[in-house]
Design a protein around this ligand. Structure first.
Ligand SMILES: *Cc1c(COP(=O)(O)O)cnc(C)c1O
Length: 421
C-alpha cells in the first residue's frame, strides 16, 4: 500500500457507529465485563483497554497508522517528542550505561542527553554525523543506544543511515533515530536498518502547529536483536514489576510493550485522546503537505542561492549542498522537507531581515503550514559568544526558515523586500 492510502485508512476499521471520522474516546477508564476479564487483561492473557494512561482507542488508531507509515511493527504515542526520545533511551539504558549520539541534534535532545540523562547516571558520547567511523572508539560493553537524526534540526544535515546502522549491528547495539523533519513520507529509516524511530508529532504530523505530542516506532523483527543479547538483559530476564514477564518471550513487539507496561505506566507522559485525534487529522494530509513543503523550500532555496546578500544556503535539495547525495539516497525522490537556512554578513543584517518580514512569523517552531523564520544567534543560541556560535555551526548571520504552504512567489517577494531593510 502507498503512503497516501495508509495515511487515510491504516489502523481504523469503522467502530460500532460506523463513523467515517475516527471518534475521540475521551475517557479515563474502561469497564471490565467481570473479574476474570479484568484479571486476564492485567495478565496480558487477553488484550484490551484498561486505563487511558496505558491505552486508548483513539490513540491506538494514531499508533497503528503511524507504525504502518513508518513500515514498523508497533508504536507508542507520548505527550511530547522529548518524552518519546526519553522513553526510547530509558527503555534501553540505565544508570552506569552510556549512549552514543550524533553531535548535530535538536536543542532539547542535546540538553536531555548531555544534562538530564547525565544526572540519571547515563553518559553521552558525541560523534560528528559526517564521521560515523568515530563511533567505534566510543563503544564499550555498557553502550546501549546509538542515536541520530535523519535530517538534523537546526543544522540541516542528512545522516548516512546505512553506514551508522552497519556499525551498530556489528556490536549488537540498538539504533534510535529521530525522523521528525523528514517524516515517514520522505524517509522510512526502519527499512534502512534502524531499530527504533522517534518523532515529535508537534511539527509536520499535526502540520498546523496545533498540539504537542510524540511517538516511537519499533521495527519488525526487533525481538531477534534483543533475544539473548547481553546488552539488554532486562528484556531477557523476568520483570519483577510485571509479575515476572520476560519481554522477548511474549508474542508482542517487545520494545513497545516494555515502554508501555513499564515506562508509560510508571512515568506517565501519555498523549491526550484529543491530541491523538488531531494527529490523525494531520496524517491524512501529510503526504500531500510534505510534497508541497519540499517543492516550496527548493524554490525559495534556489532564489536565495542567487541573491547577492546571501553567502551560503543550506538545503539538502540543492546540488551545491554537501548533503545532496544522502538526500537523493534516503529521501523519496530526493525531496528534502521544508527546513533551510542561509547566511548573511552580520548579526545586525540578520536581525533587520527577521524584523522586516511580513508573511514569515518569528516563532521557535518548525513544520507549520505557515512559514516561520528564526535567528538562532539572538534566540535559541543567544548565550553563546561568536567563537562558540561558530563551533556549533551557527554563525551570527544565520537565519533559519521553515517553509510553509504559501505560494513560493509570495515568500520570495517577502524576503526580497526584507533584504532591502
Ligand atoms: C521539536 C523537536 C523535538 C521535540 O519535540 P516536542 O514535541 O517539542 O517535545 C525533537 N526532535 C526534533 C528534531 C524536533 O524538531
Amino acid at each position: 500500500m502507498k503512503q497516501q492510502t495508509r495515511a487515510l485508512h491504516s489502523g481504523y476499521t469503522k467502530d460500532t457507529q460506523s463513523t467515517m471520522a475516527v471518534p475521540i474516546y475521551q475517557t479515563t477508564a474502561y469497564e471490565f465485563r467481570d473479574v476474570e476479564h479484568a484479571a486476564n487483561l492485567f495478565a496480558l492473557k487477553e488484550l484490551g483497554n484498561i486505563y487511558t494512561r496505558l491505552n486508548n482507542p483513539t490513540t491506538d488508531v494514531f499508533e497503528k497508522r503511524f507504525a504502518e507509515m513508518e513500515e514498523g511493527e508497533a508504536a507508542l504515542a507520548t505527550s511530547s517528542g522529548m518524552a518519546a526520545i526519553f522513553y526510547a533511551i530509558a527503555n534501553a539504558a540505565e544508570a552506569g550505561d552510556n549512549i552514543v549520539c550524533a553531535a548535530q541534534l535538536y536543542g532539547g535532545t542535546l540538553t536531555q542527553t548531555a544534562h538530564t540523562l547525565k544526572r540519571f547516571g547515563i553518559e553521552v558520547r558525541f560523534f560528528d554525523v559526517h564521521n560515523p567511523e568515530a563511533i567505534h572508539a566510543l563503544i564499550d560493553a555498557r553502550t546501549k543506544v546509538i542515536f541520530f537524526e535523519t535530517l538534523t534540526n537546526p543544522s540541516i544535515d542528512v545522516a548516512d543511515i546505512h553506514q551508522i546502522c552497519a556499525i551498530a549491528d556489528k556490536y549488537g547495539i540498538l539504533t534510535v533515530v529521530d525522523n521528525t523533519v523528514a517524516t515517514p513520507v520522505l524517509c522510512r529509516p526502519l527499512t534502512h536498518g534502524v531499530d527504533v524511530v522517534v518523532h515529535s508529532a508537534s511539527k509536520y504530523t499535526t502540520g498546523q502547529g496545533l498540539a504537542i505530542g510524540g511517538i516511537m516506532v519499533e521495527r519488525k523483527g526487533l525481538v531477534e536483536k534483543l533475544r539473548a543479547n547481553p546488552r539488554y538483559a532486562h528484556f531477557n530476564e523476568p520483570d519483577a514489576s510485571y509479575h515476572g514477564l520476560v519481554y522477548v518471550d511474549v508474542p508482542l513487539p517487545p520494545f513497545t510493550l516494555r515502554a508501555r507496561l513499564s515506562l508509560l505506566r510508571d512515568l506517565g507522559a501519555v498523549v491526550s485522546p484529543f491530541n491523538s485525534w488531531l494527529f490523525i487529522q494531520g496524517l491524512e494530509t501529510l503526504p500531500l503537505r510534505m510534497r508541497e513543503h519540499s517543492h516550496n523550500a527548493l524554490i525559495v532555496a534556489q532564489f536565495l542561492e542567487t541573491h547577492p546578500l546571501v553567502s551560503k544556503v543550506n538545503y539538502p535539495g540543492l546540488k551545491s549542498n554537501a548533503n545532496y547525495a544522502n538526500a537523493q539516497r534516503y529521501f523519496d525522490g530526493g525531496a528534502s522537507s521544508g527546513l533551510l537556512s542561509f547566511e548573511v554578513e552580520s548579526f545586525e543584517k540578520a536581525k533587520r531581515i527577521v524584523d522586516a518580514v511580513q508573511i514569515f512569523s518569528l516563532v521557535v517552531n518548525i513544520g507549520d503550514s505557515k512559514s516561520i523564520i528564526t535567528h538562532p544567534a539572538s534566540t535559541t543560541h543567544q548565550q553563546l559568544n561568536s567563537e562558540e556560535l561558530k563551533a556549533c555551526g551557527v554563525p551570527a548571520g544565520l537565519i533559519r526558515l521553515s517553509i510553509g504552504l504559501e505560494a513560493p512567489v509570495d515568500l520570495i517577494d517577502d524576503l526580497k523586500q526584507a533584504f532591502e531593510a
